[in-house]
Design a protein around this ligand. Sequence first.
Ligand SMILES: Nc1ncnc2c1ncn2[C@@H]1O[C@H](COP(=O)(O)OP(=O)(O)OP(=O)(O)O)[C@@H](O)[C@H]1O
Length: 221
Amino acid sequence: MNNVVPIYINSLSKSFGNKLVLNNLNLIVEKPSIISIVGNNGAGKSVFLHCMLNFMKYDSGEIRILNQNIDDRIFLRKNTAFVSSDHQDYLEKLTVEEYFELLIDIYQLPANQTINIYHQLSEELNITKELGTNFSELSFGTKKKVQLIGAILYDPKLLVCDEIFEGLDYQATEWVKNLFKKRKAENKTTLFTSHILQHTTEVADRLYRLEGGRLIEEYIN
Ligand SMILES: Nc1ncnc2c1ncn2[C@@H]1O[C@H](COP(=O)(O)OP(=O)(O)OP(=O)(O)O)[C@@H](O)[C@H]1O
């Protein structure tokens, strides 16, 4: 029996000064699935994802990912991946290939096999020419592709993507949707934010709107 709850968030609050961004927000994802969050600019989607993955401090609430409290940051980093909407500070000065090599070391992945996989994925996503380029010099969409490939290499149980479809071409968009579905078939959870409702409704099992600092479930036809 699978008792692992991918996401459990109870009464999460976060403010900046006197500006309350997350207001007793709750989210329970009880089984591997594809979850989407939409919301207006400034609604708090990115702040929510950063708190959830312990990249940002929050004021109060309880967050458990895959049954573990997020204070266990090593567990969190091993079992989750974050594809940010624009940059990843620690990546900026690495080339794409250096980043993938670093992941092989950190996650103790089988080197030859993983090198073959990232070359294959780089071809599929049309970024082979960028393997020697510094992350900071890549285009918006390419940065997302690189982070996605990095995530696939260590195959986390929870993949979190911020504004994933923005900046991706048609082919990459379809590729990402297939990736999310494949992950679900393998009992892994994906949570993504997006402004593009069409992609959201095509792929998500559950859709939430972040509004007034809380998540409100919307129904997908
Ligand atoms: N480090 C920070 N310091 C102060 N305010 C912040 C900080 N980060 C975010 N905010 C504020 O929190 C609110 C939510 O921002 P957030 O980036 O989470 O919105 P979002 O829903 O992701 O928006 P978008 O769709 O435009 O990306 C905004 O009002 C923003 O100005």
